[in-house]
Design a protein around this ligand. Structure first.
Ligand code: HEM
Length: 457
């Protein structure tokens, strides 16, 4: 179809699409940085998976994207890849009015102040993880963190009772996402719509069905619970929530939101925690300063460590918005409907003009008055689609880091820092942050509540 005369695409590499695909797959950082130097802060790319999309590397331009009308810039459409797992009525996949409705129903459960209610749950989950770690043998923190964060989100979503039902649900959630959370899995699943007749597609459907059975069952039981209106878990709150027209969520909507929270809420946070330890353990000065601050009962440096971790190793390297209805004007260009715009979180976090010596891990950047703004530090995306669990995730990271430093003394298992690799839609440490715990951990309990004493030993 001929392009309307008004269209004006940003410049970009003239390489064939297959060659650009190789650039993104094998060395995305080098490829993207080379294009940014050559073509500027708004660049058009084309790969075998998307014939034309625009990446944005400038915080000012990202601001225009995040502030753009959600009807015309659609994040749900850009997230379609996740459909087979989270479901079509997930807040991640919807756009416009429907998105706003789900988001409003979910928001109260993740309000900043409510996070405090989960502190004990988070600390106990950290204690259980620490108590399982081997002594004197290398192990990967990432998988332990995945269990920990799944434990936390499952209890926040379904309530604090432990037990075989919740354990079974956690097992089924991991069984569903493990096979698709590798480099190609998400893509293959999306291309097939999760419905293909292949053995892998059928296995996925079976596993998804196993998760759904338990969730629908839990919805029925919870609706009948005599203490429903006094419970504080997300499921109970969602069962009672009403939209502007006084309507409750349907069971199908509830299923999709619960799976969304379980999936979006644990893999990401676990990865961020694995990166935090990978970076801290290789930067003894930062570790020392943090442990000393925690011993004194402070948390300013802890917050800076969390922010710098998410800057230097953003778990999700970029977000997307698809242009709809009319052409969208951006930075002097005119993008036709159908174009996906991708604010590049990772590339913005690498900007030397905003973060001097961007390769260095330096939490101090976040201590001063001139700390980076919303469009320069954007690990949680932005605008009306900003991550719903951002406070939950950073709060959880703080609780877990504090508890690990208070009880253990970890060492990196190898001398080389771990590189980042793509796994599904996340960016993870290549070997899952391999560490050694030379001595048994200090016992869990009152004394270890605040300090970072063990890490200093
Ligand atoms: C360090 C951990 C996390 C990171 C890095 C992260 C990152 C993100 C990003 C980049 C987005 C897309 C934002 C956009 O398009 O502008 C997002 C959306 C979302 N996240 Fe997170 N997330 C994390 C933890 C969580 C947690 C703990 C939860 C739930 C408890 C959660 C629930 C969601 C939901 C529901 C959305 C969709 C929001 C919408 O479309 O309106 N995330 N997250």
């Amino acid at each position: 179809m001929p392009e309307p005369a008004s269209v004006r695409m940003p410049p970009g590499p003239r390489l064939p699409r297959w060659a650009q695909t190789l650039g993104f797959v094998f060395d995305p950082v080098r490829f993207i940085e080379a294009c940014r130097r050559r073509y500027g802060d708004v660049v058009t790319f084309g790969t075998l998976f998307d014939s034309r999309f625009v990446m944005v590397f400038d915080p000012e331009v990202v601001k225009q994207v995040f502030r753009g009308s959600p009807e015309r810039l659609r994040a749900g459409e850009a997230n379609a890849l996740l459909g087979p797992v989270v479901g079509e009525r997930s807040v991640l996949l919807l756009d416009g009015r429907e998105h706003l409705r789900q988001r409003r129903l979910l928001l109260p459960s993740f309000h900043g102040e409510r996070m405090r209610a989960y502190e004990a749950v988070m600390r106990e989950a950290a204690d259980r993880a620490i108590d399982r770690w081997p002594v004197g043998e290398p192990f990967a923190l990432l998988s332990s963190m995945q269990q920990l964060t799944l434990d936390v989100i499952a209890r926040a979503v379904f309530g604090v009772e432990e037990g075989p039902r919740q354990d079974e649900l956690k097992r089924r959630v991991r069984a569903m996402i493990d096979p698709v959370a590798n480099r190609w899995g998400v893509l293959l699943l999306a291309l097939s719509g999760g419905r293909i007749g292949s053995a892998a597609g059928e296995r996925f459907q079976e596993r998804r069905g196993a998760v759904d059975d338990l969730i629908y069952d839990e919805i029925v039981r919870r609706r009948a619970a005599p203490d429903l209106d006094r419970r504080e878990d997300v499921l109970s709150m969602l069962l009672l929530a009403r939209d502007e027209d006084g309507e409750a969520m349907t069971d199908g909507e509830l299923r999709d939101e619960l799976v969304t929270l379980l999936v979006a809420g644990h893999e990401t946070t676990a990865t961020a925690l694995a990166w935090a330890f990978e970076l801290l353990l290789r930067h003894p000065d930062s570790l020392r300063r943090l442990a000393a601050e925690l011993d004194d009962g402070g948390d300013e440096y802890l917050s800076a460590v969390i922010k710098e971790t998410l800057r230097a190793r953003p778990v999700i390297p970029g977000v997307g918005r698809v242009v709809r209805e009319e052409p969208f004007e951006l930075a002097g260009y005119v993008l036709p409907p159908g174009t996906e715009i991708n604010p590049s979180i990772a590339a913005i976090h690498r900007r030397a003009d905003r973060y001097p010596q961007p390769q260095a891990f330096r939490p101090e950047r976040f201590l001063g008055e001139d700390a980076p703004d919303t469009y320069t530090w954007l690990p949680f995306g932005g605008g009306t689609r900003r991550c719903l669990g951002a406070s939950f995730a950073t709060f959880e990271m703080g609780v877990v880091i504090r508890q690990v430093l208070a009880r253990t003394r970890l060492r990196p298992a190898g001398s080389r820092p771990e590189k980042g690799v793509r796994k599904g839609i996340t960016f993870v440490p290549q070997h899952g942050t391999r560490v050694v715990q030379p001595d048994p951990p200090a016992p869990a309990g009152e004394k270890t509540r605040a300090g970072g004493a063990a890490a200093l030993a």
